[in-house]
Design a protein around this ligand. Sequence first.
Ligand SMILES: C[S@@+](CC[C@H](N)C(=O)[O-])C[C@H]1O[C@@H](n2cnc3c(N)ncnc32)[C@H](O)[C@@H]1O
Length: 274
Amino acid sequence: MTRRPTSRPPAKGARLSRVPGKALVSSLTPGLEDSSGDASAARTNRAKSVSLRTAMGRTTAQQRWLARQLNDPYVQAARKQGWRSRAAFKLIELDDRFHLIRPGMRVIDLGAAPGGWTQVAVKRGARQIVGLDLLPVDPVPGAEMVEGDFNDADMPQRLMDLLGGRADLVMSDMAPNTTGHSATDHMRIMGLAEGALDFALQVLGEGGAFVAKVFQGGSEKALLNQMKHAFASVKHAKPPASRKESSELYVVATGFRPDRVLPLTSADDDPRAV
Ligand SMILES: C[S@@+](CC[C@H](N)C(=O)[O-])C[C@H]1O[C@@H](n2cnc3c(N)ncnc32)[C@H](O)[C@@H]1O
């Protein structure tokens, strides 16, 4: 599904470096956190005016959220550099450390909205990118976006068909809406990360890489152990752009070894037989 591009990519020469740790002021309102960088001037002004109009009606939680945004250097830097989300910096930092994206790669981006990671993958030379999210994503030139639920039974096959071959990198930044109950949130995100890993084991080519967001809470160790069978290197990382107060972590696996994946019961069932 190709839609007419409505948003601009990062400016040529946009810096992909880390953000200086300086407090900066942003006018983002709740709900716009991850669509900061790509906003046009008009959209920014609209956000400002919404911010003013609703200033008196905020709950304490909303006020806390806004204060955090106002002092977040990544929010401002994302806007300046043309990234759609501050999350883009997490992938930039992970990629600088683990060298996940190389020119010409085929990439799957799970939990892509609003498109920050996709933009980074395009910018760093991936040749084919298929992104998926529950939410609609404004088109990212150079990538194909699917709107849907990763948990749908036919979604893995749909994504594989769109990619048209083995992936070099599967990345999952999928996160469920948090409940505030840390054990519940942990189990929910682990379900998504495990699903993403199962999918990666099916779609990755030899030497491929996998990165997924998890929340700390105990069972991420089981996921890491599972990954150690099938990848030459497995690490966990908290990129500097990930907020200190968040229990978010990323598991990063490189050097996929297809021969180390436990065989399926029948060759006919093997979805990798594309
Ligand atoms: C933190 S955001 C991703 C930010 C993105 N990486 C970026 O750089 O802009 C997490 C996303 O995961 C998506 N998500 C959560 N559960 C999902 C599911 N079951 N299927 C598809 N997307 C899902 C959410 O809709 C949300 O947009």
